[in-house]
Design a protein around this ligand. Sequence first.
Ligand SMILES: *Cc1c(COP(=O)(O)O)cnc(C)c1O
Length: 473
Amino acid sequence: MKEETTREILQCAAEHAARFREKITELPQRPELSYPAALETFRETLPERGSAGSEVIGELAAKAEPGLHAMTGPRFFGWVIGGSHPVGVAADWMTSAWGQNAGNHHAAPAAAAAEAIAANWLLDLLDLPRESSVGFATGATLANFICLAAARGEVLRQAGWDVEAQGLFGAPPVVVLIGDDAHATVFSALQFLGFGHDRVLRVQTDDMGRITGPAFAGAAAQVSGPCIAILQAGQINTGAFDDFAGMMPIARGLGAWVHVDGAFGLWARATPGKRGLTDGIDEAHSWATDGHKWLQTPYDCGYAIIRDQEAHRRAMTIAASYLPPTTEGERDPSHFVPELSRRARGFATWAMIKHLGREGIAAMVDRHCRVARAIAQRLSREDGINVLNEVALNQVLVRFGAAMPGEEGDRLTQATTARLQADGILFAGGAVWRGRRVMRMSVISWLTDDRAGEVAAGAIIAAWRAVRDGTEV
Ligand SMILES: *Cc1c(COP(=O)(O)O)cnc(C)c1O
């Protein structure tokens, strides 16, 4: 096997990665290979003998690239995901190269310190209570789980039950209030925590997927005893925000722990132009959000923010004889997440905030919202295209064949979405909203600018006209 230096191997990877990123704007917005084809590309029996590092990296790039989706490109509007900014990627490479086990601050002082400072910056940026603790998790799914674990512990502690020690068997029942349009992963978190995803009191939402004050009051009237209320900043389809200011006094009256899923929507707080959408949100007890969405860090990165640091620690702390004890006032990253050994996510977060700054983050969020609105306005002017949501943030919900009855509109919407995906000029996915097929767009990549929005809107209109003219309606 060829002898290689560490430098040669790392430079080989940097070369492949840079080449991939340099063509990202031009790449079609769809993978060239399907999953079965990608499987065939990788299929081979277990290698008996090893290969040189740079050969392995070269082969990996050659095999993977045709099966990659250009998710970091400027016209990727699928789901709600960030663009994995090169500065974050570079910091993440260093994170891997440094190989720090970020569990505790004695073993990895720099990793723990960068995380502690990045946590303070996040609280400042999002203007949340500065006494809050922040757990650096894999994403909002786990951040929701962490926050709800702390909520579970605290509402039961107040009812005289130690759930961390005794578990849920025999515990006083906890009522979980949750909106009808909460994200699927929040129901998963409830499932992991022993609450059950169906054993909840669902609160009706309005046509944008928001919980309104009156609906919340109606549900609250049925509650007695320990209660967790789960609210949302940024509905996955419409981008809508629950009426926090209207609900907080009611939640306080119940003595409920209020948790907010703000995977992307919480970032509205980072810009004066959108901050009003989140009024009242800082009165909650916990907030889950993502770094790998609007902050553009690479995967995986989410934040569990909890006002009651003690409740947070009680729910997550790992103690073992071989781990150094923490003294008063010291912060170990592992106190705030379920994992012990994990990557040092603080570095990429620190780097992205340092790179963009408060102003750059605000400008980016504003730009995405402006592009979403411009796309919606242009599409709305085209006969047969309907934008279904109020574009208050960065999400656009589109239905084609506006005048068509349900089934025909569904068919035209699916056909247009499929045509766009085959064209590959942009990527937007499908969903069902209020029983009808829709195409959903999320403007959230750091590379997406006004021009990308114009190209996308033009391509959508062209695809719609082609589908419409190919049908005998
Ligand atoms: C993306 C998202 C989640 C899940 O976050 P992951 O980072 O994918 O784990 C939860 N809630 C909302 C509203 C989201 O947009």
